[in-house]
Write a protein that binds this ligand. Structure first.
Ligand code: ADP
Length: 244
């Protein structure tokens, strides 16, 4: 469903991703963990071409972009249509109501009929437990509620893959659970997901594969049991010990 092959990405002289390859089968959840600055966000941003790597390929379903060739805007647009991205700071439009936020992508980018987009948005709002918040503005919601709107908005374009970039790290601890629950529900429904998070309990419960990154490399990968209970690499052990 989704693959990233031999991706390398530099910012100036700093090589942030070093020959990274990842495969995600349909319906699977990959959780990416690692210290701050290890390249996790950049990895996600390369997956939907918010950043352009120097080398390597990204494939979603039957579309492949080879970054060693010149990449065109229509190619990027096409790939983005397959991915829903959830950001750390929600990135909702403050001047639009909740339902307008969710309808924005389908109506302006995908040219979906407004009535149809509204129906989908209402269904998604109910799914994330905010059926009664359609007409309020983001500032009238808690951080957890805003992030659930962020998830509904990302889902509105009917993506093949959902990408989550530390979706709970801006939230007060008591609001984290409600967002993780929505993500767990999505995973259970068979959504293909790549999740960057520091929530190790989520990784243990939901991940099919855990990828540990450090210094732009994938240091270790495996099932949650393998990575958390029997890490092979010293760097992984040190990182996990620091969290305890
Ligand atoms: P993580 O998500 O694991 O914290 P990032 O992918 O955000 O790591 O960052 C990896 C490295 O790339 C860091 O050293 C960061 O400072 C650098 N970096 C990220 N984005 C940019 C950018 N737009 N310009 C320059 N350096 C960047």
């Amino acid at each position: 469903m989704l693959s990233m092959t031999n991706i390398s990405k530099k910012f100036g002289d700093l090589e942030v991703l070093k020959d990274i390859s990842i495969n995600v089968d349909q319906g699977k959840v990959i959780v990416v963990i690692g210290p701050s600055g290890s390249g996790k966000t950049t990895l996600l941003r390369c997956l939907n071409v918010l950043e352009q790597p120097e080398r390597g390929e990204v494939s979603i379903d039957d579309q492949t972009i080879d970054f060693s060739q010149k990449v065109t805007k229509p190619e990027i647009r096409e790939l983005r249509k397959q991915t829903g991205m959830v950001f750390q700071n929600y990135n909702l439009f403050p001047h639009l109501t909740v339902i307008q936020n969710i309808m924005e992508g389908p109506v302006t980018v995908q040219k979906v009929d407004k009535a149809e987009a509204r129906e989908v948005a209402i269904r998604l709002l109910e799914k994330v437990g905010l059926g009664d918040k359609a007409d309020v503005y983001p500032y009238q919601l808690s951080g957890g509620q805003q992030q659930r709107v962020g998830i509904a908005r990302a889902m509105a374009i009917d993506p093949k893959v959902m990408l989550f970039d530390e979706p709970t790290s801006a939230l007060d601890p008591e609001l984290i659970g409600e967002v993780l629950q929505v993500m767990k529900d999505l995973a259970q429904e068979g959504m293909t997901m790549v999740v960057v998070t520091h929530e190790m309990s989520f990784a243990k419960d939901v991940a099919d594969e855990v990828v540990f990154m450090d210094g732009g490399y994938i240091v270790e990968r495996g099932s949650p049991t393998e990575v958390f209970e029997n890490p092979q690499q010293d760097r992984t052990k040190r990182f996990l010990n620091l969290l305890q």
